[in-house]
Design a protein around this ligand. Structure first.
Ligand code: GAL
Length: 680
């Protein structure tokens, strides 16, 4: 059984919270929805949890309709019994505020709280999250529920953490109703103060859009032609802030009643675009994240690693919690591919390698009814005598063996800059090519680093860059002056930076930076582009270093930079495509086209070489290597995604098997090893 947790008088910074976790292991468990089952099942649940080594479950996430079956009438009896049972079994609880999905009676009494799409269509109850994030009714009723739940369970000995709502904005990130319109106007007044400033920022001299009264402004509802881009960008900012306001409001209430740390599950790394989680990170005591593999992607484990590295970046490098992933298939993709034997272990431990101090799943027991009945769980429909449950038990044992790594941090000499605002802005309409997406170059550079065995932190451009050797800025279309300046200072101080095309183009108002592209980075890179030459669909160009590229070329002058490669064909033969400029003690590279994968790998290899960055361990392609460190101590994670046994150099004790590595680690196909490295 785990020791009770004492989180002290107040939850503090994320690392402080994770470090105060006094249990004797890494968190392991998942969403537990006992309300879907008869009470007789509950004791078997606890018994199986103990057998698997589960030590933390999230309870009550979608329980509002059962906890408050009628306005103001609360029924806590069943939850009392569940929490007591879990506590008696030594299982700790991450208790939800239960506000994730409002009960049907609330929408019936207040239909004005239902969200509306841009075309005015109402999104009705019957799914989940059917509420407008700006609705005062929803806010008031949800906070009453938080007060009731927190008031009742603040001192319950099983509760070690609070779980605000669930995946805020997963289904209702943008609401265009009249209530939202009014809230949007309020947000704009705060941002701009007066209409002149708004008219200037939105460039309303264009197309007769000038506003003379705040009441004339609406969310970017369905329009005749292209909607004003800055209006769209501000609406995305506003919408993220409105959801964040719900998190903050619930947190404020919790803070007056409870002492345990507070989190909410983010959805970093699955293409979830609408919430600027970097700006939310200060509103949680520890960062937690949900991640699901994209079944259609044969390289889905790269997506997983990226999500984990990005979550760690949002957490400022501190340990974080994987709140949800799946033991096998999900039910919401077109073809829900099941995990092969061993994949669950590789997936879960890859998150741990990349900084997770806990791995939880959706969900404990597979539902027998409802939209998620074909979603995998820790206990499948077929029961515990299954591949999945056996692997769950194995994972429980693995995590126990890894207890000592808790609180350690991940080594990374490379940073990739990532900004939700740049993502929003670069994917607005009316741009030079629909083939430019934010994820494209981010993933391309990340993939090249992954294949090279090099761990990267995915961080906001305003992060402290001084600890890195190499910083990559893919498609940083929108950038603030201060952040562009920080990259310059990083290079001057000896760092290597690489910027890819369509970066530095606009300021935070989405106004072009004049004088030649890539505006904000022009001086640093020593290049000036006078015109873009996007390519036709499927068109490819060749470079004089043998590389091929597609999607994008530009008429670039390398006025103050060395030319490393130029086009040999396409619209711009002889024009530079890849440049490098020595700056202070470092160097700044520019990549003006969309290099194919081998060329991107070669480019990244050169950058790593110049920056003096080495992989965590020399490993064959397809073997993931990551190092966690705590002061003098370090652990090397090796995950073999290939079909062959591999060998890598390692000195120390392998924690999952107890074997000694005297110079070499032998890792069978599909296996994972964690070596506590000898101190040299
Ligand atoms: C998450 C959600 C869970 C469950 C899961 C299924 O988005 O938080 O409640 O729906 O997906 O994969």
């Amino acid at each position: 059984m785990l020791e009770p947790v004492d989180f002290g008088a107040a939850a503090g910074a994320p690392s402080a919270v994770m470090r105060r976790w006094q249990g004797n292991g890494i968190y392991f468990g998942g969403d537990y929805n006992p309300e879907q089952w008869p009470e007789e099942t509950w004791s078997e649940d606890v018994e199986l949890m103990r057998r698997a080594g589960v030590n933390l479950v999230s309870v009550g996430i979608f329980s509002w309709a059962l906890l408050e079956p009628a306005p103001g009438r609360f029924e806590f009896g069943w939850l009392d019994r569940v929490l007591d049972l879990l506590h008696d079994g030594g299982i700790q609880v991450d208790l939800a505020t239960a506000t994730a999905s409002p009960p049907p009676w609330l929408a019936r009494a207040h239909p004005e709280m239902l969200p509306r799409r841009a075309d005015g269509a109402i999104l009705w109850p019957g799914g989940r999250q059917a509420y407008c994030p700006s609705s005062p009714v929803f806010r008031e009723r949800s906070l009453e529920l938080v007060r009731a739940v927190a008031g009742r369970y603040a001192e319950h000995p099983a509760v070690v953490m609070w779980h605000v709502s669930n995946e805020l904005g997963c289904h209702n990130a943008h609401c265009y109703c009249d209530v939202s319109a009014e809230a949007f106007r309020g947000w704009l007044r705060e941002r701009y103060g007066d209409l002149d400033r708004l008219n200037d920022a939105w460039g309303t001299a264009f197309w007769s859009q000038h506003y003379g009264d705040w009441a004339e402004i609406n969310p970017p509802r369905t329009v005749t032609a292209f909607a004003n881009p800055t209006q769209q960008l501000d609406f995305l900012r506003f919408s993220s802030d409105e959801l964040r306001a719900q998190l903050r409001a619930e947190r404020e209430v919790l803070k007056t009643l409870v002492r345990q740390p507070i989190t909410t599950n983010f959805m970093i790394g699955m293409g979830v675009k609408h919430m600027d989680y970097q700006s939310w990170a200060d509103d949680v005591d520890l960062v937690s994240n949900d991640h699901y593999l994209t079944a259609a992607d044969p390289q889905a484990h790269l997506g997983l690693s990226f999500a984990a590295d990005h979550t760690r970046g949002v957490a400022g490098g501190d340990p974080w919690l994987l709140m949800e992933h799946s033991t096998s298939a999900v039910q919401w993709q077109p073809r829900n591919v099941a995990k092969l034997p061993g994949q669950l272990r590789r997936n879960s431990l890859a998150h741990v390698a990349r900084g997770a101090d806990g791995v939880l799943f959706f969900q404990w027991r597979a539902s027998r009814a409802g939209a998620e009945k074909f979603h995998s769980a820790l206990v499948p429909h077929a029961g515990p005598d299954t591949k999945v449950f056996r692997e769950v038990c194995q994972l429980g044992a693995d995590l126990k063996a890894l207890a000592e790594i808790r609180g350690s941090r991940v080594d990374a000499d490379v940073a990739i800059l990532f900004d939700w605002e740049a993502w929003w802005a670069v994917e607005l309409d009316s741009h030079p090519s629909v083939d430019i997406t934010y994820a494209d170059r981010v993933n391309a550079l990340y993939g090249a680093l992954w294949r090279a065995g090099v761990t990267a932190d995915i961080v906001h451009p305003s992060a402290d860059l001084s600890g890195y050797r190499l910083v990559l800025a893919p498609t940083l279309f929108l950038v603030r002056d201060a952040d562009a300046d920080a990259l310059r200072r990083f290079v001057e101080a000896g760092g290597t930076a690489a910027v890819t095309y369509f970066s530095g183009i606009v300021d935070p108002d989405d106004h072009i930076r004049l004088g030649g592209y890539p505006g904000a980075f022009r001086d640093l890179l020593g290049v000036r582009t006078e015109e873009f030459f996007p390519l036709r669909e499927g068109e490819r160009v060749r470079l004089d270093d043998g590389s091929t590229a597609d999607v994008w070329t530009e008429w670039l002058h390398a006025d103050d930079a060395e030319v490393l490669a130029s086009y040999t064909d396409g619209p711009l033969p002889g024009v530079p495509a890849l440049t490098r400029r020595p700056v202070g003690a470092g160097a700044a590279w520019y990549v003006g086209t969309r290099l194919d994968e081998p060329a991107t790998d070669r480019l990244v290899a050169r950058l790593l070489d110049e920056a003096g960055v080495r992989p965590a361990a020399p490993a064959p392609t397809g073997v993931e290597v990551v190092r966690r460190r705590d002061g003098e101590r370090s652990w090397l994670f090796a995950i073999n995604h290939t079909d062959a046994e591999v060998r890598l150099p390692a000195h120390g004790d392998e924690l999952l098997t107890g074997a000694r590595c005297a110079g070499e680690l032998t890792l069978p196909a599909g296996e994972v090893a964690v070596v506590r490295e000898d101190r040299t």
